[in-house]
Ligand binder design. Structure first.
Ligand SMILES: *Cc1c(COP(=O)(O)O)cnc(C)c1O
Length: 430
């Protein structure tokens, strides 16, 4: 399989090159050259999650240098479960937060790092020198990437985050990883961190010296595992109930949303897709009017979805109209809070997952009755205890994985928001 850019102005590349490049040179996003159709025998509910993922994703890897490694990559990336919980009122929750950093981003980060760790030592796709993943982050991605990179031999991770603008838990989960991970606190805001990362990628000498690559959510290497677990959950529910389940998915950048659409286009037994957004209204307006008007992001309590210009929208509109049917529900902060409180005796939602639960509650009863539904829960509520505890009046105990993060020592470097300082720091081994 070869991969093309959504903007059509870049040469086609192999999967390895698409993973290594992150974005295409014309600024577009990589997608398979032809719509992939899953082998029906891959949709086997008896398979374990890693085996299912390896079979489901095989067409993406066909002919690529990573093809023989796909089963091992899936074993590394899917080494924790997804769980479907049926609540006392019958709702089904797809829990995606059982990974080491407590959010679904663990799947994407682990899969991408497992790929990059193999590409860093290979000669076909570039020099046989370690790759440096540079990530500017304010939230879940940096922690997941740091955790996934720990112990890697051929890829190191450099995480930039804004000083004093992340919660104490978030800072801890960015700064607690051992070599080859480096957390750098930047004296500035999140935009300064992003500007620094962009400046580093735009600097040919630095890109070459550090063998820079990115781990942001537009990477096809992060989307593929998300397609796999959505297909896996759907296949099991379909086998159990005889109906293709609908999914309610909280989304901001459309990473998750697009992955579900693509998995359905591949033939996974997925029914209607209902996307939940926060007050960033770009997707909801598009669904209502057909007009796509990106705008600056606004801050909400579901902050991992604070995106005003969802980058994966380019991928979505590249699908044929009949394959990209979705509905979108906008859920305000007040409605998220009300949902957390209304459900607290039944289930404790993180703010993102609460947006999905609220969007589900607003579906017409007939639609809810037509098929089983899975409400995606994307993060463990403990990660957002600062938002949830004042609403529920109850302390959230840390799950084992997150308690383990808190017991690790934390190390960081500090710089001002300048490329020269970043360069100087990175030229010194950690
Ligand atoms: C990143 C994130 C989302 C949104 O993911 P998309 O890629 O925008 O679909 C939702 N919930 C949580 C907890 C996240 O970390």
């Amino acid at each position: 399989m070869r991969f093309t850019s959504t903007r059509g102005q870049s040469p086609t590349v192999s999967l390895s090159e698409a993973i290594r490049n992150g974005a295409a040179p014309d600024g577009g996003l990589y997608l398979p050259e032809r719509q992939i159709v899953a082998d029906p025998t891959a949709l086997d509910p008896a398979l374990s999650l890693p085996d299912f993922a390896a079979r489901f994703l095989a067409p993406f890897f066909a002919g690529d240098e990573l093809e023989p490694d796909l089963p091992a990559i899936c074993t590394t990336a899917f080494d924790f479960p997804i769980e479907v919980k049926t609540l006392s009122d019958g709702r089904r929750v797809l829990e995606l937060f059982h990974g080491p950093t407590g959010a679904f981003k663990d799947f994407g980060a682990r899969f991408l790092m497992a790929c990059l760790d193999r590409l860093g030592v290979s000669s076909k796709s570039g020099p046989a020198r370690p790759l440096t993943v540079l990530a500017a982050t304010s939230g879940d991605t940096g922690g997941a990437v740091g955790c996934a990179a720990e112990g890697c031999a051929a890829v190191r991770a450099v995480i930039l985050y804004p000083k004093g603008r992340v919660s104490p838990f978030q800072e801890h989960q960015l700064t607690c990883w051992n070599a080859p991970v480096r957390a750098i606190e930047v004296d500035g805001d999140f935009d300064d961190c992003q500007r620094l990362a962009k400046a580093a990628f735009a600097d040919p000498a630095m890109t070459k010296a550090l063998n820079l690559t990115s781990a942001n959510s537009i990477s096809i290497g992060r989307l593929m595992p998300q397609m796999a677990y959505v297909a896996f959950a759907a296949t099991r529910i379909f086998a159990e109930t005889g109906h293709k389940p609908g999914f309610v998915i909280p989304t901001g950048n459309l990473g998750h949303g697009f992955a579900a659409l693509y998995a359905r286009a591949m033939g996974a037994p997925i029914g209607p897709l209902h996307l939940a957004t926060n007050e960033n209204r770009t997707l909801a307006d598009w669904a209502a009017t057909g007009l796509y008007e990106p705008r600056p992001s606004v801050a909400t309590i579901a902050n991992a979805m604070d995106v005003g210009a969802p980058s994966n929208f380019e991928r979505l509109i590249s699908l044929p109209v009949e394959l990209r049917e979705v509905t979108v529900e906008l859920v305000t902060d007040d409605a998220i809070k009300a949902r957390i409180i209304a459900d607290q005796k039944t289930y404790l939602w993180c703010p993102h997952s609460a947006a999905a639960a609220e969007a589900y509650a607003r579906l017409p009863q007939t639609m809810r009755d037509d098929q089983p539904w899975l409400i995606a829960a994307t993060a463990h509520p403990y990660k957002f205890a600062d938002v949830i505890e004042p609403l529920t009046g109850e302390t959230i105990p840390a799950p084992r994985a997150l308690a383990a993060i808190l017991s690790r020592p934390s190390t960081k470097d500090s710089i001002g928001p300048s490329l020269a300082e970043l360069e100087a720091l990175l030229s010194i081994p950690a």
